[in-house]
Write a protein that binds this ligand. Sequence first.
Ligand code: ADP
Length: 268
Amino acid sequence: MSGLKLNNISMRFDLANGSHVQALEDVSLDLQPGQLMSVLGPSGCGKSTLLNIVAGFLAPTAGTVTLNGHQVTGPDAERGVVFQKGALFEWMNVRDNVSFGPRMAGQRESQYGSQVDHLIDVVGLKDFRDKAIYELSGGMQQRVALARCLANDPDVILMDEPLGALDALTREKMQAMVLNLWKETGKTVILITHSVEEALLLGERLVVMAPRPGRIYKEYNLPFAEQGVGQDLREVKKQPAFTAMREEILSMIWNMEEEIMGRQGDVA
Ligand code: ADP
C-alpha cells in the first residue's frame, strides 16, 4: 500500500452569489514512492486546489487521498510544501529556519544538528548559515525553503511554482539542484509549474490539466529528468525529442487558453 493515491477527487466551491465552481472533477492519480510528477495547465484548471488537497489544507467534496495506505485528513510533516515565496521566517537566520521543523517536533540539537548542517551545505548555503532571510537573494531564499522542507524528512514534497519568482539564470541553476536533490533523497515530488520547459525537464511524469471542470487532460512518461541528473540541462533541452515535446504541450495549452478566451467572449 505504499505510494500516494488520489481516488476520484472532486472539489466544488459554492460561491456567495449562489453559483459554484467545479475546481476539480473526478481526478485520480497513483504515484509510486520516489516519482517526480509535474503538473501543467492554464490558470484556473485546479492545480493549486489539487496541491492543497494533497497537503491536507483543503478537504475535497468527494474522493480520498491516501499516503502509504492511510487517508490524508489534514496537514502533516509527512507531506512538505514549498511555496513560490514568502513562507520563511524573515526574522530568523538560515539555520533556525531549516531546523524549525525538528525543533517543533521536540528534537534536540544533538539529534538534528548534523543533518540540518548537511542540508544547508547541499543547497549551497554553507557560508550563509547565520544570515537573516531578508539578507538573501530570492534564489537563496528558495534554497532555504527546500532545505527546511527536507529537514522534516517528508515522504512527499509538494511544490507550488517554487521557482516562479526567480530570474531565468537562477531558475535554471535551481532546476538542476531540484533534480539532483530528488535523485539523492528519493522523495516523491509533485511540482506545479507554469513553465512547459521546467515541467518537461523535471517531471518523469507529466500531467496536463484542463479547466471547467478541472480535470486530467493528458498524461506522459518522460525520459528527460532521468537524463538530466548531474548533466547540463541545456544539452537536454537541445535534443529534438525535447523540442518536439515542448511544441506539442505548448500547442495543447495554447488551444485550451484560446478556448477559454472564446468562452469568455461569448459571455461578454
Ligand atoms: P490554478 O492553480 O490551476 O490556477 P486553482 O486551483 O487556483 O487553479 O483554481 C481552480 C478554480 O477554483 C478557479 O476557477 C478558482 O477561481 C476556483 N477557486 C479556487 N479556490 C477557491 C475558493 N477558495 N473559493 C472559490 N473558488 C475558488
